[in-house]
Design a protein around this ligand. Sequence first.
Ligand code: GRF
Length: 198
Amino acid sequence: MPTPRTGRVRVAVLISGAGSNMAALIDAGRHADAPFEVVLVLSNKPDAGGLAIAGSGGVATAVVAQAAFGKDRAAHEAAVQTVLEAHGVEVVALAGYMRLLTPFLVGRWAGRMLNIHPSLLPKYPGLDTHARAIAAGDAEAGCTVHLVAEGVDDGPVLGQAAVPVLAEDTPASLAQRVLASEHQLYPRVLADFCRSLD
Ligand code: GRF
């Protein structure tokens, strides 16, 4: 039976860790005029901290542990896809989902899958973004929300937010400042994106 529409875009958030961006998206989706709602939080890690936060907030959670699939990435993604479909998901928001996707899932969600990355892309795709920004002497760091394409942290940029890099910054202190800006940017960009859908 098809999932009944509530009028709001049904979003799944995929996580692997703490889930602070996930929490910001769940909160934003609860505003009376929000164009989306988070209907599912899915993790590839059974111990992801965000699962408990989502569950205690009454959001459906699912774990599709990659360990259960060994090196079979296609089988893991097929299992993820099955869960997404079971929840009537229309848009996928990656939020600290630490798993490279294959063309299967990227293709299935083309134009409907967003990611947040803690740098001002195209600078610093991949890991250790804050240390790299500090090492380069950048005056600004920040975060990017983009549509997911096949390359690592690649795809059309939907929004960015910049923060200053301070002389005394460590990667950890810069990460904290960027993360706070992520919590503002991601809900705003996801809302704009969902409003733009048919
Ligand atoms: C964020 O910095 C996000 O940009 C990156 O992973 C981190 C996830 O943090 N992709 P959280 O799990 O949302 O707290």
